[in-house]
Design a protein around this ligand. Structure first.
Ligand SMILES: [Zn+2]
Length: 131
């Protein structure tokens, strides 16, 4: 279950793909890093990631956990953003049987999950194929 306090604290990451950028070498990191893994610099600033990339690999989830069950079946993909950073995200607006790896994708903000007991809906990043 998504913790509402953590969700609120990380809302910029969920809504804007907010990562970090090294002020010394320019390397970009998502999820945000506190230390640059390229040069060891500890001076990193918030930096919005590119909203486009490509699908490296994907799978179809048919039996997800309780909070995601209403969305099943759905596609989870390994996305490589245009700056080379990789992340896992749901791929929406696709026919799971016809989806090809290497498809160009772009960011979209959609419902992630719903806590029906508290009446809370969580939104965040997903990806959809580029036309
Ligand atoms: Zn660096």
């Amino acid at each position: 279950m998504i913790n509402p306090i953590s969700y609120w604290r990380l809302k910029d990451r969920y809504f804007n793909l907010l990562g970090t950028k090294c002020t010394k070498c320019g390397a970009e990191w998502f999820p945000p890093a506190r230390v640059c893994r390229k040069c060891g610099c500890q001076d990193l600033v918030d930096h919005e990631m590119p909203h486009t990339g490509r699908l490296l690999a994907h799978t179809v989830l048919k039996e997800p956990s309780e909070e995601f069950r209403s969305s099943a079946p759905y596609v989870v993909g390994l996305i490589e953003l245009d700056n080379g950073q990789r992340l896992l995200a749901q791929v929406v607006d696709v026919d799971p049987t016809g989806l090809q790896d290497d498809t160009r994708v772009r960011l979209t903000i959609r419902k992630l999950a719903e806590d029906t007991k508290r009446g809370t809906i969580f939104y965040g990043y997903k990806f959809t194929p580029l036309p």
